[in-house]
Every structure is written in C-alpha cells, then in structure tokens.
Design a protein around this ligand. Structure first.
Ligand SMILES: N[C@@H](CCC(=O)N[C@@H](CS)C(=O)NCC(=O)O)C(=O)O
Length: 214
C-alpha cells in the first residue's frame, strides 16, 4: 500500500497514524505541494492524503483510518468518543491554522523541496487566511489563546495511551491537532497534554516538529 501525503498536513497525519498503531507496513510518498497532476490522476482533484491499495484509491483521511483499522478483523479504535474533544479540536482550529500555516510555509518539508512548490503553498494559503507576515506578528495573541484552551483539555485526558482511556477516533483527531501545534514555538503544554503527545507520537511512529519549531 502506498500513502500519498504532505508532511505538514494534519489529515495526512490521521491516515499515517493508523498504520503506526496497527504496526502495518506501507510506503509513505510525499508529494510536492505544486504537483497537481499526480493526485488528479488518482482521485480527480488535488488533495492529500490518498491511499493506493491494490490499484484502488481512497481519498478521505477518516475513510483510510476505518479501512486500515478494519482490515485484519481486529479493530483498535473501538473506544467511546467524547464530544468535548471534538469541540476542543474545533475551538483551537482558528488560532492553530493562523499560527501553523505561515510556519509550515517556512519549514524544511519535503513537499516544499523546490522553490515553486513552496511558493505555490504560500500563494494558495495566503489567499485563504491573508498575509502570513501579519499572522506571524499576531502570534503572541494566538499562542495565549491556545495556552488558555489547554486548561479545558488537560482534565479530558484520561491516559497518555488513549485520551478516553481506550483507543478511539478521538486519539486520531487529537494527535493530528497536537502534531500541527508542534511547529509553533512557545506553546506551553500542561503535564497531561505533554505526556499524551509524547506517548502518542511514539505509538503512531510520527515525529513531532518540536525540533524545528518556529
Ligand atoms: N477531507 C479531506 C481533507 C484533506 C485536506 O484538506 N487536505 C489538504 C492538505 S492539509 C489538501 O490536500 N489541500 C489541497 C492543497 O493543499 O492544495 C480528508 O480528511 O482527507
């Protein structure tokens, strides 16, 4: 199986995470961000992640998660979900994308390994959220907002091994959010959040971006 992704992409992290949790082998293919032809040939539009399995293509991250989790008849994501976590992910998404998009555009990711690919991302995302320079300048406000949201997340984390005590789709969504956050320098993770993101990074086999945080 081949999984086509961008390294920075949180939806791609969700698809990658289930392979790590299951200990299942796959080829990770990082697309150049301005490569429109490859994804369009596979799924008719430019979008990642894409799973190629025996000549079939699956394009939605959570469909990929369900497909891989169910494949061996021993699903892992069977735990109950907590609506408060979906709300939390949604609450932080505004400040998170304002912080992460300009930082991703400056980071050393394989999808930006040509100047044209980096320029493509910057142009498209600035069209969506406005000037990256202005968002960077406003960083302290967004970081304070996220640090404040952590007060609500901390008590929801039941275990570093699974946010609700038993693995569920909530772990896939929460880890993807926390991995996106890791590109931002200056976010203060309360102890339970820190333990969770470290343990989950290990379990899913996906690096956090702490070392290259901007
Ligand atoms: N619904 C899709 C959303 C995926 C998505 O929005 N991917 C972004 C990357 S983070 C994308 O490919 N956008 C087009 C682009 O970047 O050109 C899923 O969950 O798989």
């Amino acid at each position: 199986m081949q999984l086509y992704v961008y390294d920075h992409c949180p939806f791609c992290v969700k698809a990658r995470a289930i392979f790590g949790l299951k200990g299942m082998a796959f080829d990770l293919v990082i697309l150049l961000n301005n490569d429109e032809a490859t994804p369009t040939r596979m799924i008719g539009k430019k979008m990642a992640p894409i799973l190629e399995d025996a000549g079939n293509y699956l394009a939605e991250s959570m469909d990929i998660v369900a497909h891989i989790d169910g494949m061996d008849g021993r699903p892992l994501l069977t735990g109950p979900r907590n609506e408060a976590l979906a709300q939390w992910n949604s609450d932080v998404s505004g400040p998170l994308f304002s912080l992460a998009l300009p930082r991703w555009s400056a980071a050393d990711f394989e999808e930006f390994s040509t100047p044209e690919a980096r320029a493509y991302f910057t142009r498209n995302k600035e069209r969506m959220i406005g000037s990256f320079q202005e968002r960077m300048a406003a960083s302290p406000v967004y970081i304070a907002e996220i640090n404040c949201h952590f007060l609500a997340l901390e008590p929801l984390i039941k275990s570093p091994d699974a946010v609700n005590g038993e693995l569920s789709e909530d772990d896939i969504h929460l880890f993807a959010t926390l991995r996106s956050m890791s590109i931002v320098r200056g976010i203060e993770y309360p102890p339970a959040v820190e333990a969770y993101r470290m343990r989950m990074a290990e379990r899913v086999g996906i690096d956090l971006h702490d070392q290259i945080a901007i």
